[in-house]
Design a protein around this ligand. Structure first.
Ligand SMILES: [Zn+2]
Length: 451
């Protein structure tokens, strides 16, 4: 019936009145791709539940017009514009795109970036847009595929929401009964919903506690491998934190550890730290301090812009030198305390007294101001409104964002007769792997094109 009514519809390009450029095709009920928004407040799924079936969004085109861009009018009335070169670059034909690897294969050495279409058509059902190019190439795009890739701000924001989760910044007032949420270890290990909930909390709040883990030294490895794989460092894969003689790191003593982030001397700094408590000091001490450095950075920026500028611009030499398992290491990385991206978002904080090198390779006049700025940052971090204390219990795994959360530990009683009172097994994960896991768990696969 649609063909009968609109079978004549065809676009004539590049000349004549605007009206002659339009085709009008009725389509079935249109549902925008926004209906596929990821549900980030997903509830735990019952055990044994199968992975979520992909939702299939529907989008349909009612009008197409070629001008400087391809203009599509969606059935619901809104319009979207697509750059012509972008369309040619993203042609989905077998010469230009390899579907199994989901990879573009357009030869960029020979592709004409000024190429123009000579014709555009829309299928009768509005679900496919066909672009004929002057070089006799033919590209078919599904309306749904195009709709998901709209250049309008709302569509770009929606897509970017799958890139990283929005951060929930917290201080001690928000964490009065820290932790606000606990995650059952078995649920995380056995259900995708449980795993996703934990990882989302970890990304949004930067810290999450699992409970009910067995007291096995391999538990933290199993958890890491449930997500992806352990990030190895020069301290190995799993690391045991208990006081030991001749330690290569101050963490391996019973002394207090000042607030810090781990491994600032790595350019590719491990993203998440997981600390599994097997045994905890019975007496005083052994608590962790935790601080959301995003809140500290925000306060510093508001109250002392000059200090903020110093901490975001003066590069610091971070370093670690030593020997672990007979292998000498000398790790160096140069970066500010607060690292921002091009849009001014804080993406990484480096903070560690023991691992800040005595080499301070900046011009003389930057040094004094920087020390004052670091002192102010430290004062804010240690303030009651920003710092929470938590003493992990056996069976708990404290996980936190090592690019964001400052952590410390109070001193505790040393081991007596080689019997350790406090025993933590730690391991790292990388954000690339965690975010990939979050996306796979929470989103459908990109919908294949209708050719
Ligand atoms: Zn092609």
């Amino acid at each position: 019936m649609l063909r009968t009514m609109y079978g004549q519809a065809k676009l004539l390009l590049g000349h004549g009145k605007e009206g002659s450029h339009l085709i009008s095709i009725s389509t079935e009920a249109h549902r925008t791709a926004s209906s596929t928004a990821t549900n980030f407040s997903v509830q735990p799924q019952p055990k044994q539940q199968q992975p979520q079936q992909p939702q299939v969004p529907k989008a349909a085109v009612s009008r197409a017009r070629l001008a400087r861009h391809l203009e599509l009018t969606w059935r619901q009335g809104s319009a979207s514009h697509f750059p012509l070169t972008w369309l040619r670059d993203n042609c989905q034909c077998p010469q230009c795109y390899h579907p199994e690897s989901k990879s573009r294969t357009v030869d960029w050495a020979t592709c004409d970036v000024t190429i123009k279409p000579k014709d555009v058509q829309v299928s009768d059902d509005g679900k496919t847009v066909i672009v004929d190019w002057l070089d006799a190439h033919n590209s078919r795009f599904s309306a749904e595929w195009l709709h998901e890739r709209r250049f309008e701000e709302d569509a770009r924001k929606k897509w970017l929401s799958t890139y990283k989760q929005k951060k929930h910044i917290w201080g001690s007032a928000q964490e009065e009964n820290f932790p606000r949420k606990r995650f059952n270890f078995s649920a995380v290990m056995s259900t995708d919903g449980g795993l996703l909930q934990w990882l989302l909390e970890l990304e949004m709040r930067g810290v999450a506690i699992l409970e009910g883990a067995d007291s096995d030294e391999s538990t933290v490895r199993k958890l890491a491998e449930r997500v992806a794989f352990i990030r190895r460092t020069h301290y190995g894969e799993e690391f045991n934190v208990k006081s030991k003689s001749d330690p290569s790191n101050v963490a391996y003593t019973e002394q207090a550890l000042q607030l810090h982030t781990d491994l600032p001397y790595y350019e590719y700094k491990p993203g998440v730290n997981m600390l599994h408590c097997l045994m905890q000091a019975q007496g005083e001490g052994g608590e962790n301090q935790l601080v959301d450095s995003l809140r500290v950075a925000m306060q510093l920026k508001q109250n002392n812009p000059e200090a903020y500028k110093a901490l975001t611009t003066v590069p610091i030499d971070w370093s670690d030198r030593g020997v672990e398992d007979g292998r000498p290491f000398q790790s160096l990385h140069r970066a500010p305390v607060i690292c921002e991206d091009a849009e001014g978002n804080v993406v990484r904080v480096n903070y560690s007294q023991p691992q800040r090198d005595s080499h301070f390779s900046v011009p003389l006049e930057q040094v004094d101001g920087w020390y004052l700025a670091l002192k102010e940052f430290t004062r804010l971090a240690l303030s009651d409104e920003n710092c929470v204390q938590y003493k992990t219990k056996p069976g708990e795994i404290l996980s936190f964002d090592n690019l964001r959360i400052l952590h410390g530990r109070s001193s505790y009683s040393p081991a007596v007769n080689q019997i350790y009172e406090r025993h933590i097994v730690g391991a790292y994960l990388d954000w690339d792997e965690i975010r990939s896991r979050i996306r796979v768990l929470s989103q459908q696969e990109p919908t294949p094109l209708a050719h």
